[in-house]
Design a protein around this ligand. Sequence first.
Ligand code: WT7
Length: 635
Amino acid sequence: MTLQIKSFEEYQKAYQNSVADPEAFWAEQAETFTWKKKWDKVLDWDFKGPDVKWFVNGKMNITENCLDRHLAERGDQVALLWEPNDPSDEVRSFTYKELYAEVCKAANALKANGIEKGDRVCFYMPMVPELAIAVLACARIGAIHSVVFAGFSAHALADRIKDATCKMVICSDFNNRGTKHIPVKKVVDDALAMDCDSIETVLVYKNGDEQVPMQEGRDKWWHDEVNGQSPECEATEMDSEDMLFILYTSGSTGKPKGVVHTCGGYMVYTCYSFRNVFQYQDGDVYWCTADIGWITGHSYIVYGPLLAGATTMMFEGVPTYPDAGRFWEVCDKHKVNQFYTAPTAIRALIAQGDEWVDKYDLSSLTVLGSVGEPINEEAWQWYYKKVGRERCPIVDTWWQTETGAIMISGLGDHSPMKPAHAGYPLPGIQPCLMNAEGEELEGNDIEGLLCIKYPWPSILRTTYGDHERCRQTYFSAFADMYFTGDGARRDKDGMYRIIGRVDDVINVSGHRMGTAEVENAINEHSMVVESAVVGYPHDIKGQGIYAYIITNGPVDDEDEFRKEVLKVVTEEIGPIAKPDRIQVVSGLPKTRSGKIMRRILRKVASGDMANLGDTSTLLNPEVVEEIKTGAEELR
Ligand code: WT7
């Protein structure tokens, strides 16, 4: 089994080894997995291309390592535990043996429906076990999964299906979240009506009692296709560098990009980081509250924990249903040991009052994780005191869709801990801080742009169908470095504190959003001439979305107009992208070359209007006063 670090001294030693001889370090970790053929070379890399290959010419299948490998030793241990949306519904659980059989059956069903190695399969699914099963079934036969979070709109889904030319969609008929029973198949039907010609089959998991229209020849029920299949399916041999999955994420341009992860390196590093960050011990119950539609769910609900032979829990519902004590009720009910969630959820629960957490027995908890955005001091303290009862370390895990797995974080109880600091890099991760002139900032107690100097096994390999975009976005800002897009501080002790994005990406409730993407959506409204979207501090969401909009004529009813804008954004992207504030303006502050001065818009949106800097060089300085007045009225 993959190494597990047991003290800060061991961490320091492992870190030094990983930097002194990265290939030897990662070879040792990789040896602990099942390979069909061993690699010829540990690493080949060049950040200029970029062209990064780990475990070159190694052959394997990640599902053999998630499932088959564990059958002898822990076949009867629960692999996947599922907590339903409605607490009175039955919990479902799958032992490693059972999960193996379910994955094989689903894999055979995919094959029977013409899915072959290299084909792309799109997912639009609720958090039911069949989502994890079908994801693993794809990996079993070498099909590439592209999971789309089921809160995205039909439009956004269609864009992603087309970009990856997917052959199949796997969805459900309905999705249960809190009191809502959401008709998801309808969204898929709408998406497929938008020229998704590559789709041959839609596999529908039945999750509701109502009838849904099924298109003859295209739509098939999951149970009809899967139930009769053989519970054995040979794992397709994959090269280390064959694609495992595509996951779309937002960037600073309007179009989301398909981040590509490959098999070998992703396997080694997700398992390594899982074991070390969460300090999972045999018999523990681990729960990550993320949705599998995001990278956190891929790496830390499905792959990382199963590779490590853990019991991983999946939750169908939301933190506030049936009441604001649900997370803690579930921790108590299943005796959860490691709990991993996002600061936005914690802040939302703080607002509901302490009585919801105080009444549960949380003595099983050993490690608390945080992910997705900076955790503010107040949320950190509450998490530590109220949930962890001052017994559990908090691991503040910094990483990204592109990094595939956790990069900077404490390792359970074995690292020094400081509120709002992610801490030290994991072994194998070589972060550095750069200034805008491209110079590396040495020493401690400094702030700069966070880059990574050396490849790690789960680094993204490309952006699907557009390698140049990958190079441009991540490898061109600084020579021979991966640029994260985040600003960070290294404090006097060498611990990292993530400040946040320095590009036009905002982080709303831990969901990553491109401001340009939201602007494009707003601009679809027939009255909108131009818009500018910025983030501003928001008590619960971390960042809220603030939209400045120029219309092509007077707006008679501003409330009605705002509703229409929200509707357009919901249709184009999904409800998660809805602006929190909309201000109609007659102009936007622009430089003489016509560039929007976002700095000013961000300050106004944050209510920091006293100190806007020099606005005299603007093309239209007079508009600033109007924007300030309008913003005051909105607040
Ligand atoms: C961005 C990546 C990593 C999985 C979920 C988000 C921000 C992430 C932290 C943290 C401060 C964080 C960064 C990063 N972020 N974790 N612990 N502290 N900021 O993945 O959607 O790809 O977003 O989330 O700004 O760049 P993602």
